[in-house]
Design a protein around this ligand. Structure first.
Ligand code: GLU
Length: 496
């Protein structure tokens, strides 16, 4: 049983190398939940020490995506905090200090091997069918030789002096003890020739200095996890709790999603990048709910969770280390649940931008009337303008072929449309209770099916085959426009 009652200090440590994807968002969410639940802190640390992979704007996008999801951090580059700076590129000297400490204690060494030499070593290892590893050439250079060569300006890196004998055991909260033979571990580079620390050292130093209690991260770090344990131990530090989350697989469950496949998803209205999801009609609540359950469960039946629910119910011991296939059908399902759970005024606030984006001039009062009749019908928020745009158009443009009733001649359809128009004109208003009874009577008298008569009206008034309930819609549109649209239908049918 994992206890999470002590205030946790957790960090989300993205590299600003691309878009925030679902996997990263899930890590950040779990961090956030643990911090909030235990009264601890959630730290955002930007791991930008590899300047070659830096993507301008990526850091800002991470902020925006997390904020959209409702995941707010307590410490970070933009909000500051007592353990800053929170960008690794601003902490170079700190890492250098600990690299030197490791060298002084004989647990790291300066390596002068050139890339060409390393390449040759690798090729030979490959020929011998050995896994690639550093061959130890510089492991035991004398301190004098090292200083002389540095003084002479020779390029060098700093490597961890991984013990070559025995085993190392590290413990993951979900996976238990992981033991490796030390001879299988490489002398990993800690500091590159440009003086910048690599992840292995930088993250260890930061996690220690920032008092991180739980390192929650992706399982791509499992292979170098023993090294991370060793670095903490070499510096005499207590290790944090380690949690390696499950991997996300393609919807088919077969393998991880490639870059190209991720980019192509958008064609089907899906994406694994958080920045795309709002435009695709997803509510942040649905994203949070969905990703929370990709690798964690509460019980076997509760499926709808809000962020506050999750803060209350989340627990590390219910995390599941098995890979999880990304299931967009489930995502759409959660989106529907959360759309239906929105209070009407909130639904109005959230759908407005989708109308505006499509060029509609909308007002809150009308949206508030529409909200209850479309809430059940929205699969995504982006459906709103498509389903209800007709309320805001000055006039609509029905397809005359759709207006004409199947099984009737055009003249008969036109005749029916005229009768409908005459009734509508004669009514004092087109409220549901005023308009529905005479129309039902017309259906009876005509001997047609309700679907045929109301179908014609629906196309005439909305120019859509699918719309919110007809009479409720008419009431919102108002008599004047309803009559005008019906008159236009009569003209179109009469011209057939
Ligand atoms: N910068 C690392 C990454 O983006 C962070 C891993 C971690 O959370 O320690 O994968």
């Amino acid at each position: 049983m994992v206890s999470s009652s002590q205030p946790a200090r957790v960090r989300f440590a993205p590299s600003p190398t691309g878009h925030l994807h679902l996997g990263g968002a899930r890590t950040a969410l779990y961090d956030y939940l643990l911090a909030r639940q235990t009264g601890g802190q959630f730290i955002l640390r930007i791991e930008d020490s590899d300047r070659r992979r830096f993507v301008p704007g990526a850091e800002e996008e991470i902020y925006a995506s997390l904020r959209w999801l409702g995941i707010q951090w307590d410490e970070g580059p933009d909000v500051g905090g007592p353990y800053g700076p929170y960008r690794q590129s601003e902490r170079k000297e700190i890492y250098q200090k600990y690299a030197n400490e490791l060298i002084d204690s004989g647990q790291a060494f300066t390596c002068f091997c050139t890339p060409e030499r390393l390449e040759k070593v690798r090729n030979e290892q490959q020929k011998r069918k050995e896994p690639p590893h550093y061959d130890g050439t510089c492991r035991n250079l004398s301190a004098n030789e090292v200083s002389e060569r540095i003084a002479a300006g020779e390029q060098h890196v700093i490597r961890f002096k991984t013990p070559k004998e025995g085993t190392t055991t590290v413990t993951d909260l979900l996976r238990g003890d992981i033991t490796v033979e030390n001879r299988t571990l490489d002398d990993y580079i800690l500091v590159r020739s440009d003086g910048l620390a690599l992840y292995h050292l930088a993250a260890a130093v930061d996690d220690h200095l920032m008092n991180i209690t739980h390192v929650i991260r992706g399982s791509e770090w499992l292979p170098t996890f023993p090294l991370h344990g060793l670095i903490h131990r070499a510096l005499g530090w207590q290790e944090p709790e380690w949690v390696h989350l499950s991997v996300f697989l393609k919807p088919s469950g077969k393998g991880k999603m490639s870059k190209r496949e991720s980019a192509e998803l958008i064609k089907d209205g899906h994406s694994i990048f958080v920045k795309d999801l709002e435009g695709l009609g997803y509510l942040p609540e649905a994203v949070v709910n969905w990703i929370a359950l990709m690798g964690w469960s509460y019980d076997d039946h509760t499926e709808i969770f809000t962020l506050p629910d999750l803060v209350e119910k989340f627990s590390l011991d219910k995390l599941n280390p098995s890979p999880a296939a990304i299931n967009f059908t489930k995502f759409d399902h959660f989106n529907g649940l959360h759309i239906r759970a929105l209070p009407l005024n909130e639904l109005v606030r959230r759908m407005k931008p989708y109308f505006v984006e499509k060029g509609f001039q909308v007002d809150d009062a009308t949206l508030l009337k529409i909200a209850p009749i479309i809430q059940e019908r929205l699969q995504g928020m982006d459906d709103a303008p498509e389903l209800a745009g007709f309320f805001f158009k000055p006039d609509v443009n029905p397809d005359v072929a759709e207006l004409a009733i199947k099984d009737l001649t055009p003249a008969e359809s036109a005749d029916l449309a005229k009768k409908i128009l005459a009734i509508l004109e004669s009514l004092p208003d087109v409220k549901l209770e005023t308009a529905e009874p005479p129309m039902r009577k017309l259906v009876e008298q005509s001997g047609l099916k309700a679907g045929q008569v109301f179908g014609l009206m629906r196309i005439a008034i909305t120019a859509q085959r699918v719309s919110p309930p007809l009479f409720e819609s008419m009431e919102i549109i108002g008599k004047e426009k309803v009559v005008a649209r019906m008159r236009r239908a009569v003209e179109l049918l009469s011209a057939l």
